[in-house]
Every structure is written in structure tokens, then in C-alpha cells.
Design a protein around this ligand. Structure first.
Ligand SMILES: Cc1cc2nc3c(=O)[nH]c(=O)nc-3n(C[C@H](O)[C@H](O)[C@H](O)COP(=O)(O)OP(=O)(O)OC[C@H]3O[C@@H](n4cnc5c(N)ncnc54)[C@H](O)[C@@H]3O)c2cc1C
Length: 386
């Protein structure tokens, strides 16, 4: 069945990247059809930590992340999309990590981004659940925010539908074909509906089998599987904000750009965690539960099913052991555990393909989508319409 409705833009995929592409096109006055194959988004955008850690971004991606925080806050002022401003702290556990905190502070001062070095006593006063024997110091970013991943995208979609009459949102609508026909694009859905527009943006996340499968087979994309855990609600635990620890300092791209990073050692105590790509982060959710993660296992785009769907309990045990060295509350009171998946690329911050200047693929933003998708999508839409 062909519908004669014509749109300026069709966006495929209503994760954070697709939804913000739609919002930025709507801000330009475009008519937009946003489609989502599932009843509601259930992939990376809802399975993550919800930490918007601008300070962790590589320098050539930093501005997108900084702009994203502004955009989150602007929308939050209009409608509660679950943005909270409790800051981000990186906690060091040895001299090398502490040195990296000092170096990142210098780099952040240079771009006028507030960063405060904290003593051990400062850290323990602010987060009394930390163990003194773990913490050697902290670097705190008071302006950073977090979101509740299991709420944000649904509220953002509700907000967009209410605010922009030019938006049509179609969940439970898988797109199986997207082609250029007579200088326009046509999409065909699984229900054999056809919709037309001037352009399409494809934000397919980690779904590589439905559209442009051959292109993705050659893309060099890697899928990462992460394990996450959530404790029972612990309202008494004071652990507000985005809490990142020693292994995160040794992993995040912003630290990799610091002068001493190239020479840091590889302590034996970290060996087993590093084997599974583990670094320990905490986030206290609004219900008082503490989200603890995460690990990383990888498969190339042609072998993603090899990652499996199960939870490896050895990985969870390693994470809980490492987490218990950092905090004094009992981390073993786990209420749920899950796996999340995101695509990434070894040499690109995001994967972009532009087909016939009408179909624009934007995916594989890696582990930084909740931090930077809002700002990146704004620039991407500007470029598409320039
Ligand atoms: C465990 C975990 C923790 C993370 N923690 C953080 C964090 O703290 N901070 C941070 O910045 N980032 C984090 N990330 C990364 C972040 O979640 C991702 O970068 C981001 O969600 C990617 O968004 P997306 O829109 O590209 O993909 P997705 O969320 O996967 O959305 C893509 C959507 O497209 C739909 N779709 C695909 N194909 C079709 C089709 N043919 N037709 C219709 N619909 C289609 C899918 O159903 C899906 O809903 C984390 C990720 C995980 C998994």
C-alpha cells in the first residue's frame, strides 16, 4: 500500500541518535516521519548507565558532548526528561591515576571547563560510602549531568510528539527497504507500506541485517557486549552523580590524550578485569538502586551472534569483587543483571555514509551516545541541509 503523504525527512530508528536527528530537523521546520521497528526502543539507549560524561570524551568530540548537556538542560527546563545535575567524579587508586587526574585538570582548564581536584578527605566527605583504602584522590566536574536511561527516550519522544505537530512517530514499524526513486527516497515497511520523502536518515544502532546489509558487511564496525547490574534500592547509600574509578581513568579517551598516559604501567591486580574489558562505574538511580558495571566483549559486524545473549557469571563476580574494593555498602544485593550492545568503529567516532546525497546513515557512535548524540545530531542535520 502506498501512502501519498510526503515528508521532508524520514528517520529510521528512534534510539537517542535517531530521535535527536528528528528533533533537530523539526527545529528547522521540516516535516518528519520517525519510525521504530520495536513497540518502543529497547536497545542501547535504554540499557545504558545514563552518564553524560563530557570530561571523558576525546578532544575532537568534546564540543558535541558539551553542547549535548546544554540541549538536555534546555529540554529539561521545558519538560522532565530525567536529567539530573549531580556532577561526575573520577577516583584514583594509585599515583599513576592521580597524575592523570592532574593532567586532565590542566587540559580542562585550558578549554575553560570547570574541574576541581579533590583530596581523599573531600571525596570521603562527599561520598561517605567510599573506602578510604581505595581512594587516593578525585577530579570532580560539577556541571555534568546524568539521565535515567529507562525513562529518557520515552519522555523525549513524548515531548517531541507534543511539541512538534510536524512529527509523525510510528513505532512497531520496521523498515525493510530504503531506495532513491526519481530523485526522492522511498521506504518500504514490513507491513508493505511505502512512504516517500526528500531524504532519509538511518540511525539503526546495532541492527545491520535489515537495511544496507552489504554495506555494513564491509564497514569494519565492531559490536561490543556489556554486562550491567543493579542493586536493590539502597536509599541510605550516598553515591550521587556519575562515579568513575581507576580502571576508567586507564580506559577513557580523554585520559589517553594526557602526557603520562603512554608510559603508565599495567599492574597485575588489574589483569583479569582488563581481560574482560572491565572498568567500574556506579550510578545511583532515582529509585535508590545502584547501577554497577561494566565489561566489554567484542565481535566484528559479520559475527555479532557469536557474542551470545547470556550473562557470564564470572564477569559479574569479577565486577562485584572490584566494586567491593571501592565502596563499603554490600554490592552483592543484586536485583537484576542484563547485557547491552553497542556498535563502534576502531578509527571513527561515528560511522557516516551518504548515498546519492539523499540517504544518510549515522550509526556506531560507540559508548558515548548518551553523552554526545544531542549535539552531534544537531551538527549532522545542519550538514545534511547545508
Ligand atoms: C550497557 C551500556 C552502557 C552505556 N553507558 C553509556 C553511558 O553511560 N554514557 C554514554 O554516553 N553512552 C553509554 N552507552 C552508549 C549509548 O547507550 C549508545 O551510544 C546509544 O544509545 C546509541 O544510540 P543509537 O540511537 O545509535 O542506537 P540504539 O539505541 O540501538 O537505537 C537504534 C534504534 O533503531 C531501531 N532500528 C534499527 N533498525 C531499524 C529498522 N530497519 N527499522 C526501524 N527501526 C530500526 C532499533 O530498534 C533501535 O531502537 C552505553 C551503552 C550500553 C549498551
Amino acid at each position: 500500500m502506498t501512502k501519498n503523504i510526503q515528508y521532508d525527512l524520514i528517520v529510521v530508528g528512534s534510539g537517542i541518535l535517531g530521535t535527536f536527528h528528528a528533533i533537530h530537523a523539526l527545529k528547522l521546520g521540516k516535516t518528519v516521519l520517525l519510525t521504530e521497528k520495536d513497540q518502543y526502543p529497547v536497545n542501547a539507549t535504554v540499557r545504558n548507565f545514563g552518564q553524560a560524561v563530557v570530561s571523558g570524551m576525546p578532544s575532537d568530540w568534546f564540543d558535541y558532548a558539551r553542547r549535548s548537556t546544554e540541549l538536555y538542560q534546555q529540554i529539561q527546563n521545558e519538560s522532565d526528561i530525567s536529567v539530573r545535575n549531580n556532577g561526575t567524579v573520577y577516583l584514583s587508586s594509585d599515583d599513576e591515576e592521580t597524575q592523570l587526574l592532574h593532567e586532565l585538570k590542566e587540559r580542562m582548564d585550558a578549554v575553560d571547563y570547570e574541574a576541581n581536584l579533590l583530596s581523599v578527605d573531600d571525596c570521603l566527605a562527599k561520598w561517605p560510602s567510599l573506602k578510604r583504602e581505595y581512594c587516593k584522590g578525585g577530579l570532580f566536574f560539577p556541571q555534568e549531568v546524568s539521565v535515567e536511561p529507562e525513562r529518557l527516550i520515552y519522555r523525549l519522544l513524548e515531548y517531541a510528539v507534543a511539541k512538534y505537530p510536524n512529527l509523525t512517530y510510528m513505532p512497531s514499524t520496521a523498515v525493510l527497504d530504503c531506495s532513491v526513486v526519481n530523485d526522492r527516497i522511498e521506504i518500504t515497511t514490513a507491513a508493505r507500506q511505502v512512504f516517500k520523502a526528500e531524504r532519509a536518515v538511518i540511525c539503526n544502532g546495532g541492527e545491520f541485517k535489515l537495511l544496507f546489509a552489504e554495506l555494513f558487511r564491509q564497514s569494519g564496525i565492531i559490536l561490543s557486549k556489556l554486562q550491567m547490574m543493579r542493586t536493590v534500592p539502597m536509599p541510605e547509600v550516598q553515591l550521587e552523580g556519575n562515579i568513575l574509578t581507576g580502571l576508567s581513568i586507564r580506559r577513557y579517551e580523554s585520559f589517553q590524550e594526557c602526557p603520562s598516559y603512554a608510559g603508565i604501567s599495567n599492574p597485575d591486580r588489574y589483569a583479569e578485569c582488563k581481560k574482560w574489558g572491565i572498568h567500574i562505574l556506579f550510578k545511583k538511580a532515582v529509585d535508590g538502586s545502584i547501577i554497577i558495571g561494566d565489561s566489554h566483549e567484542y565481535a566484528d559486524v559479520n559475527h555479532t551472534d557469536d557474542l551470545g545473549f547470556g550473562i557470564n557469571s564470572h564477569i559479574n563476580e569479577l565486577m562485584l569483587q572490584a566494586a567491593q574494593e571501592i565502596v563499603s555498602f554490600d554490592v552483592s544485593k543484586i536485583a537484576s543483571t542484563w547485557a547491552g550492545f553497542y556498535p563502534q568503529h576502531d578509527t571513527k567516532h561515528v560511522v557516516e555514509y551518504d548515498i546519492d546525497n539523499r540517504i544518510h546513515i549515522r550509526t556506531a557512535v560507540g559508548g558515548k551516545g548518551m553523552t554526545s548524540a544531542a549535539g552531534y545530531s544537531e551538527a549532522s542535520i545542519k550538514k545534511i541541509y547545508s
